[in-house]
Design a protein around this ligand. Structure first.
Ligand code: SF4
Ligand code: SF4
Length: 450
C-alpha cells in the first residue's frame, strides 16, 4: 500500500518500475546529450594531448594527466579547490535549473536510459509486453529473453569496466593486460571484475533505487530549490479537476496516466514535486503528446518554477542565486589561481639523516640533497648552479635529465671556514629547466655556536 505512487512501498519493499516508451522533443535532445557524453567518456583515453591521453590517472606512478596538464601527489591540494568549485557550481545550477544534472548528464541516467533500457526494450519488447509476460507463467520464451538481456547487461558492464580501467592504466597498458595472463595483473583483473559486477548490479537490477535511496545530491535538492527554481511540474490550476475530455467543468488533465507510466521512478508528478523526481522530462513529452491529440495547448506538465506554475511572476535573480553564483565564481577563481600558480617542477632541499655538519681542518661541511621532481608530461633537462660565490659548493651533478613525472636527488656539500660561519648562513642553488623556469633552493647551514 503506498500513499503516493512510488517505486518504494511504505513498508520499504520495492515495486519494479517498467517505464513505457516516450517520444518527444525533450526525449530526442536528451538522447543526443546521452550519446554525445558516452562517446566523449569512451574517447577521452584515446585522445592524445601533449603526448599523453587526455585523461590518464596513473595511480601506481602517482602521476595524473588531465587535458595536457600533468600532476603528481604533491598537487593533491588542487583537488580541494577543483572539488569546491565544482560543488558550488552544482549548487548554483541546482538553484537555477533544479535537477538538470540528474535528468540530462549524470552517468547513472545516461547509461540506464541510453543503453541498458534500450537493450531491455530491444529484447523484451515494450512495457505492455513485459508486464504481460511477467504476469504469465515461466515459459522458455520468457526465460530466453531474460537470459539474453542479462547476458548483454553483463557484457556491457564488462565493457564499461574496461573503459574505466583505461583511465587508470592507459589504453596501451590495458591492451597489454588483456593479452597477458590475468595472474600477471591480479589487482587490475580484480578491480575490473569488481567494477563490472557493481555496474551490472546497478543497471540490471538496482536502477532508479540508486537515485531514490542512495544519491546524496538528490537529498540535497530540497534545501537548494526555492519557488523560483526551474523544475518539472504539473500545472494544477490548469489541469484540475481531472475529467474526461468532453466533460464541461473538467480541467485539461484527462487522467490518462501517461505521465505516470513513462516515469522511470514510478511517481505521479500530479502529486507535486517529489524527492524521487529526476527531472527526466519524460512526463512532459508524454503529456504534450496527449495535449496534441486533444488539440489543447502543450505544457500542462512543463519546465517552470513553483511560482510560474502557481501563476505568479517569475524572477530569475534572487538573493539566494546571487549568493550561490558568487560562491561558484569564488570557487572558480580560486581553482584557476591554484592551477595557474602550479609549478612546472619542484625543487626542495633535504638533509640526509645523521649529524647535520662535520668539522674538518678548520672547515664546516654541510651535506644536503636537492630533491627535484619533473612535473611535465615529457622528459626535461635541469641545470644546477650555485648562487653563493663566497661559499665552496660542490654539486653532485651540474645537470640531470628527468623522465616525465620522475624525481631524483642531487647530493651537495657546502663548505665554509669555521671562523666565517654565522648562525643563519645560507647557500643558494638555482635550478633551471629547458623553458627557463627556475627555482632558488635555500640551503640553511648548520654549525657549532661561534
Ligand atoms: S499525461 Fe497529462 S493528461 Fe494524462 S494524466 Fe498526466 S497530466 Fe493528465
Ligand atoms: S515525474 Fe516526470 S520528470 Fe520526474 S522522474 Fe517522473 S517522468 Fe521524470
Amino acid at each position: 500500500m503506498t500513499l503516493f505512487e512510488s517505486s518504494l512501498r511504505t513498508d520499504g519493499s520495492r515495486t519494479t518500475v517498467h517505464p513505457a516508451d516516450v517520444h518527444g522533443r525533450f526525449n530526442l535532445w536528451r538522447h543526443v546529450v546521452f550519446y554525445g557524453l558516452i562517446v566523449l567518456w569512451v574517447l577521452l583515453p584515446w585522445i592524445t594531448i601533449a603526448g599523453r591521453p587526455a585523461v590518464f590517472l596513473d595511480i601506481t606512478a602517482r602521476a595524473f594527466y588531465l587535458f595536457g596538464l600533468s600532476f603528481n601527489a604533491q598537487d593533491l591540494w588542487l583537488l580541494f579547490f577543483g572539488a569546491t568549485g565544482f560543488a558550488f557550481a552544482l549548487v548554483a545550477i541546482t538553484a537555477m535549473a533544479g535537477r538538470v544534472w540528474c535528468g540530462w548528464a549524470c552517468p547513472q541516467t545516461v547509461f540506464l536510459e541510453g543503453a541498458f533500457r534500450k537493450i531491455e526494450r530491444l529484447i523484451q519488447g515494450p512495457r505492455e509486453d513485459r508486464l504481460r509476460r511477467n504476469k504469465g507463467p515461466w515459459t522458455v520464451n520468457r526465460l530466453a529473453r531474460i537470459a539474453a538481456s542479462h547476458a548483454f547487461y553483463a557484457g556491457l558492464s564488462l565493457l564499461i569496466a574496461h573503459v574505466i580501467l583505461s583511465y587508470f592504466v592507459s589504453l596501451p597498458g590495458m591492451f597489454q593486460m588483456i593479452r597477458e595472463n590475468p595472474g600477471a595483473h591480479p589487482e587490475a583483473f580484480l578491480w575490473t571484475f569488481g567494477i563490472a559486477g557493481v555496474t551490472y548490479f546497478n543497471f540490471a537490477w538496482f536502477r532508479e533505487q540508486f537515485c531514490v535511496v542512495m544519491c546524496p545530491y538528490g537529498r540535497l535538492q530540497s534545501v537548494l530549490l526555492d519557488e523560483q527554481s526551474l523544475v518539472v511540474g504539473y500545472d494544477t490550476k490548469r489541469g484540475e479537476p481531472r475529467g474526461k475530455a468532453n466533460s464541461s467543468n473538467a480541467g485539461d488533465c484527462v487522467d490518462c496516466r501517461r505521465c505516470v507510466v513513462v516515469c522511470p521512478t514510478g511517481i505521479d508528478i500530479r502529486n507535486g514535486l517529489q524527492l524521487d523526481c529526476l527531472a527526466c522530462t519524460a512526463c512532459i513529452d508524454a503529456c504534450d503528446d496527449i495535449m496534441d491529440r486533444l488539440h489543447r495547448k502543450r505544457g500542462l506538465i512543463r519546465y517552470d518554477s513553483f511560482a510560474g506554475l502557481a501563476g505568479s511572476a517569475r524572477r530569475f535573480w534572487r538573493p539566494r542565486l546571487w549568493l550561490y553564483a558568487a560562491l561558484a565564481m569564488i570557487g572558480l577563481a580560486a581553482t584557476s589561481f591554484a592551477f595557474s600558480s602550479r609549478r612546472s617542477f619542484e625543487a626542495n632541499a633535504l638533509r640526509p639523516p645523521g649529524v647535520p655538519y662535520a668539522l674538518r681542518d678548520g672547515y664546516i661541511d654541510n651535506a644536503f640533497q636537492i630533491h627535484v621532481t619533473n612535473k611535465q608530461a615529457q622528459e626535461e633537462p635541469f641545470v644546477f648552479e650555485s648562487q653563493s660565490s663566497e661559499l665552496d659548493v660542490t654539486l653532485g651533478a651540474s645537470s640531470v635529465r628527468l623522465r616525465a613525472m620522475a624525481s631524483t636527488r642531487i647530493p651537495i656539500v657546502v663548505r665554509i671556514r669555521r671562523e666565517r660561519y654565522r648562525t643563519g648562513a645560507v647557500a643558494i642553488v638555482k635550478v633551471t629547466n629547458r623553458q627557463g623556469d627556475f627555482q632558488l633552493v635555500r640551503l640553511q647551514l648548520a654549525g657549532p655556536e661561534p
